[in-house]
Design a protein. Structure first.
Length: 133
């Protein structure tokens, strides 16, 4: 069996449509285990904290005065991959992915409009058949 493990921290700043920029701090860990020459098991996970800049953020009228909206999103992701390679050139794998944004942010309330919550939880299941030539 072969085990490859990784753990790390990443900080990045990038432009965003919500505000001028977003700063992302994330911790991640993962491992891939190859065994019996044909099977692979992969486990990956991360937790990130997305902090949007106040510069360029939307404003809201609260109590008669204009206020800059603050938004910070804690995001968790997980992934499990099972793979089978019966030949050197053929791989069949299945992947389950989870992503959850657990922010408390909602769009500023405007009379007559619907409040939009930014939090979500999503799961995906993928099946892949890959032939390499």
């Amino acid at each position: 069996p072969t085990l490859v493990a990784r753990i790390g921290y990443q900080r990045r700043v990038s432009p965003t449509a919500f505000a001028n920029f977003v700063t992302v701090d994330r911790l991640y860990a993962g491992a891939n285990l190859n065994f019996l020459r044909v099977f692979t098991l992969g486990l990956n996970g991360e937790f990130g904290y997305w902090s949007y800049s106040n510069a360029g953020s939307p404003t809201a009228i609260i109590g008669g005065s204009e206020t800059t909206v603050t938004r910070e999103d804690p995001v968790a992701r997980a992934q499990v991959v099972l793979g089978y390679s019966p030949k050197d050139w053929l791989t069949i794998s299945g992947t389950w992915q989870f992503e959850g944004n657990f922010t408390g942010y909602t769009t500023p309330e405007v009379p007559g409009s619907i409040v939009d919550h930014a939090d979500y939880v999503r799961q995906q299941v993928l099946l892949e058949v890959k032939a390499n030539y």
